[in-house]
Design a protein around this ligand. Sequence first.
Ligand SMILES: Cc1ncc(COP(=O)(O)O)c(C=O)c1O
Length: 347
Amino acid sequence: MKLHIADMLSTQSAGHISFHTPGHKRAGADITELSYSDNLYCPAGAIRAAEEDVARILGAARSFLLTDGSTSGIFSMIFAAKAAGANKLAVPYFSHPSVFHACGAMGVEIIPIEQDVRRGIPLQPVEEAIASALQQADALLLTSPDYYGFFAPMAAARRLCDGEGKPLLLDGAHGAHLHFCDDYAGKFADMWVDGVHKSLPALTQGAVVSAREGFAKGLLSAVRTFRTTSPSYPILSSVEYAVKYPRKESIERASVAFKRGHGCLENDDWSKILVPFGEKSDDAQAALEAQGIYPEFNDGNYLMFYLSPCTKEEELEKLASALKTLPRGDMKEDAPAGGIPIYREGL
Ligand SMILES: Cc1ncc(COP(=O)(O)O)c(C=O)c1O
């Protein structure tokens, strides 16, 4: 598939002399908005073509490329929801801090949704808890998948939102790789974020926020409010590349088999493998890192290994043989949620 932004960058003339920002004056991919490179605020060239392709792939009416992380997408969705009349937002207690910061900044009241915690893991809220919070709110925001690889009850949430005529927002910071699947946030939400840099091959901070028809215009004003006016072209082109990156079913299957073979947490998302080490989790992390194997996080019970379509099967095999030598400890059954930083703030 054509890569509009990378192709545009490759047309740069060899003798490009920079009398423009950025100050390093080296041109290359890290340029600013020039006559030939389009403009993120009002895209009409390569960026617009990339955004249109991305929207088609993600099933959106409009998609907007972000160079400032899912955080700016979350701010944009909440801003657009508020502009459409959502003064109260139902959100699970253990949502990402950006959700609470956005609500605080915009004067949106949070209606918390109860979640159970098991072994320190905040579980996805059940339908009854969502329904009860939604009755007091004007809109709903859920996270799917979450950092532990659990899907939110998105079909139930869609039904509840349709029943009450309220918008559904989904934080898919950890779910961009799922756009091939039925459990993709974009199949259910009115507005949603894809944290492309986390689970697809994009540079850090590359993300997308999308809307279905009816929410696209509001989301456009919102991204104009929150996106940078100095976008990074390396990040923009990497987001387009990553969304167009092909599915790799062999690593998905290898992950499912790995989880079964190593007594891992039974979660929904192939890209997140959680190995239970309990009280030996620090020792296991140190032993793995001594062999050059770095997990995503250690919550004091589980080590989490984050996969993507770029993970090689040999790397998973190397992890498997390293795990065989590592003792497992007793699980801390009453571990408080908050073992990983994003859950420490909460309400
Ligand atoms: C659930 C969730 N939402 C949103 C974010 C924010 O994403 P970003 O760091 O790309 O701004 C994160 C980051 O860890 C996250 O875990």
